[in-house]
Design a protein around this ligand. Structure first.
Ligand code: ATP
Ligand code: MG
Length: 431
């Protein structure tokens, strides 16, 4: 059971807007048991659209092709014409009375006269059906391409704007896909980890990652988060159980770095752990400039556990808000083990939190020295069992150094809350 998707539009082909439809559709199709194994983007060119429709439908052949965009009333909206060429040899199109009535109603409801250019939106290829659009003027279209051997591909053309496309998919495409997929499902699970490299983590999975393994497991890395994506297909309950078992196995092999599934953030996991332990947190951030606080406050309900803290960039703020002893700053410099520890302990006791985090480092590109090059970061963690510091050497540009530092602080706090300890890929273990 396979599907393809096709996005139409110059802006998409030029990369001026992000193709969020392609991803949304792939997710929905997979949930419904259809593997979207090819996607294309083409510009507003009727020949190119027609060619893409034919080729995407023919591959396999595929059961379903979902096209988005190019259904509007303007001269650059050519999806309707391309579909007509594919399914009805370019025969004259017909006006659909229901689509016409919907269009009339749409404009009447807004007290506007319908521009004649909109009339084209009520046209459909002779063999096509119109799909109603309660959220805009462009109706969708559905038609079939017949292949040799009696098989056919159902083509759905949906409007480009996501808020029009998505409800139409649910109302008109889903029922068809469900009937094609006949009770099969293709569920996926993602397991996210932070703190180790992709190759090390892949090694830990070993033969689980073989192309022939079922469920299939692949890894990706994005902003230092390594994710395992697990996929299978079959009867819904069975398939669910199978990927769930595989996800548990991945979590075991990736312990303690694996922190959550399916897009849940590291910060939300930390917030939950703090809440379970009735603990609170305060932060004193220098080189991360409030990133840790930002990640935590992105989580709804984080006020239960997050007291706040300070962006203590200048030395006088480190002294004033986190009570760092000025002599430490003088003796060891602001970027030092001693100051990271003092920041964590200082903000914790100043605010009265269970846990305190202090971060100080050199995010670059300037400011590095021979003993403390760019990417040197010290993270202090202070809690009921005392105060510890870890030194990191973060590779990458300023933005990456800051991001990795904030996430490392969260992951290291998570370790403490779970009572585990493990090295980080960028950790500098003391001799
Ligand atoms: P309209 O009647 O609004 O013109 P349409 O079906 O002709 O609808 P397009 O003109 O192709 O759609 O796109 C309209 C808008 O929809 C785009 O400007 C863009 O904002 C959004 N859009 C189109 N395709 C996509 C896509 N693949 N992903 C995300 N947004 C999209
Ligand atoms: Mg348009």
């Amino acid at each position: 059971m396979r599907a393809a998707t096709l996005s139409i539009g110059d802006e998409l082909a030029l990369g001026q807007i992000d193709d969020t439809n392609a991803r949304w559709l792939a997710d929905r199709l997979a949930e419904l048991g259809l593997y979207r194994d090819e996607h294309r983007t083409v510009a507003d060119d009727v020949d190119a659209i027609e060619r893409a429709m034919r080729e995407l439908a023919a591959g396999g052949p595929r059961d379903v092709l979902v096209v988005t965009g190019g259904l509007g009333p303007t001269a650059d909206d050519l999806t309707r014409d391309a579909l007509n060429r594919c399914c009805d040899h370019g025969a004259p199109m017909v006006e659909d009375p229901l689509a016409r009535a919907d269009l009339d109603r749409w404009f009447r409801g807004r007290g506007r006269a319908m521009p004649t250019s909109n009339l084209v939106q009520a046209l459909r290829p002779q063999s096509a059906v119109c799909l109603r659009n309660p959220n805009g003027t462009a109706p969708g279209l559905a038609a079939s391409i017949e292949h040799a051997g009696g098989r056919s591909t159902r083509i759905f053309c949906l409007p480009g704007p996501p808020r029009e496309m998505q409800p139409m998919f649910v109302a008109d495409v889903e029922p068809h896909v469900r009937s094609v997929a006949r009770g099969r499902a293709m569920p996926t699970v993602a397991v996210h980890s932070f703190g180790q490299g992709e190759s090390t983590l892949a090694e830990r999975l070993g033969p689980l990652m073989d192309r022939t393994h079922d469920p299939s497991i692949g890894t990706t890395a994005s902003r230092s988060i390594v994710t395992a994506r697990i996929r299978t297909s079959g009867a819904p309950d069975e398939a669910r159980a199978k990927i769930d078992a595989a996800a548990r196995l991945v979590e075991e092999r990736w312990a303690p770095y694996a922190y959550a599934r399916d897009g849940r953030s590291l910060a939300s996991v930390v917030v939950e752990l703090l809440r379970e332990r009735r603990a609170t947190l305060a932060v004193a951030e220098s080189c991360t400039g409030g990133l840790v606080g930002s990640m935590i406050t992105e989580v709804a309900g984080s006020s239960d556990v997050f007291l706040g803290g300070g962006i203590v960039y200048a030395n006088q703020l480190k002294t004033r808000f986190a009570r760092v002893d000025p002599s430490l700053l003088e003796q060891h410099g602001a970027v030092s083990e001693e100051v990271a520890a003092a920041l964590a302990l200082g903000i914790r006791s100043e605010v009265g939190a269970t846990w305190g985090i202090g971060i100080t480092g050199i995010a670059g590109p300037g400011g590095g020295t021979a003993t403390k090059p760019v990417g040197t970061v010290f993270i202090g963690r202070s809690g009921p069992d005392g105060t510890q510091v870890r030194r990191f050497q973060m590779p990458g540009e300023r933005d990456i150094v800051r991001d990795r530092s904030a996430k490392s602080a969260l992951q290291w706090l998570r370790f403490a809350l779970l009572g585990v300890e493990a090295p980080f890929l960028w950790g500098v273990e003391r001799a």
